[in-house]
Ligand binder design. Structure first.
Ligand SMILES: Nc1ncnc2c1ncn2[C@@H]1O[C@H](COP(=O)(O)OP(=O)(O)OP(=O)(O)O)[C@@H](O)[C@H]1O
Ligand SMILES: [Mg+2]
Length: 241
């Protein structure tokens, strides 16, 4: 399964959401790799901060073909692609290959307009568009605000479905990034961790029709071990929350 994160607008949280979704899927015992297709290399920098990363990153700043992506896919349950902020030839290739394309969008008029433009520019031949698997993701919502509520109302007018889960603006996302970890590792049990886990379930449910039995998550010793590691990390980081 190929899940890409795209939006021509920069700074909407593409890298933050891609990394946290990847971490959430790994915690559910899926085997995955993240392709950092953005020449800015933010995901690659994040990955280099922490020694014991739960998944690998392929830094791919240059040209990327459908064959490259499909070859990588053979070794993994999921390939997550952090695309550059554009709708150019490279992003077209990524979209054509994606089983699910996710567009993070922040509740600001400028971002909403830009999101609409990104959708309009997408090639209808893309795998994700053909199978109807393009989803908008509300990110950086400020809870309890009018703009937060209005974002969903505005996005509901687009033809593209919006994830039920909304990600809020929280310092845990910024701090976790600084330490090279996910929000589940940085602040287990936090609201940020909860919303990412919930969104991860939503993504899996969306794609589950196409998944085989062996992809189903299990509750192994590895999960218990990871939770213990997370608790240790949490104890060290909680002073920074
Ligand atoms: N839910 C959130 N709460 C708080 N801060 C967030 C959230 N999501 C993203 N950010 C912050 O917003 C900024 C932009 O996020 P990020 O780098 O993930 O966006 P991007 O779309 O990948 O940007 P670029 O186009 O430059 O690659 C970062 O400082 C990040 O820490
Ligand atoms: Mg980025």
């Amino acid at each position: 399964m190929i899940i890409s994160f795209v939006n021509q607008k920069d700074g909407v949280g593409t890298t933050t959401t891609a990394i946290n979704l990847a971490s959430s899927l790994v915690r559910k015992n899926h085997n995955l790799v993240l392709i950092d297709a953005d020449p800015q290399g933010s995901a690659t920098t994040w990955h280099s901060i922490e020694d014991n990363q739960a998944f690998e990153i392929i830094d791919h700043p240059g040209e990327l073909t459908q064959a490259d992506i499909k070859t990588i896919e053979t070794a993994y349950d999921y390939v997550i692609i952090d695309a550059p902020p554009a709708v150019d030839e490279k992003v077209e290739t990524i979209l054509k290959t994606s089983d699910l394309a996710i567009l993070p969008v922040t509740p600001s008029s400028l971002d909403l307009w830009s999101c609409k433009e990104t959708l309009d520019k997408m090639n209808p031949e893309s795998e994700a568009l053909q199978s109807g698997k393009v989803r908008l993701l509300i990110n950086r919502k400020i809870p309890g605000t009018r703009v937060g509520r209005e974002a969903r109302q505005t996005l509901d007018k687009f033809d593209t479905p919006v994830f039920e889960t909304e990600l809020c603006q929280r310092v845990a996302y910024i701090d976790a990034m600084k330490y090279g970890v996910s929000v589940m590792q940085f602040a287990p049990g936090s609201k940020a961790a909860g919303e990412i886990e919930q969104w991860g379930q939503e993504v899996i449910a969306l794609l589950s029709k196409d998944m085989s039995e062996e992809d189903a998550p299990d509750n192994s010793i590895a999960t218990l071990y990871r939770e213990e590691t997370d608790n240790i990390l949490f104890r060290s980081f909680q002073n920074f929350l």
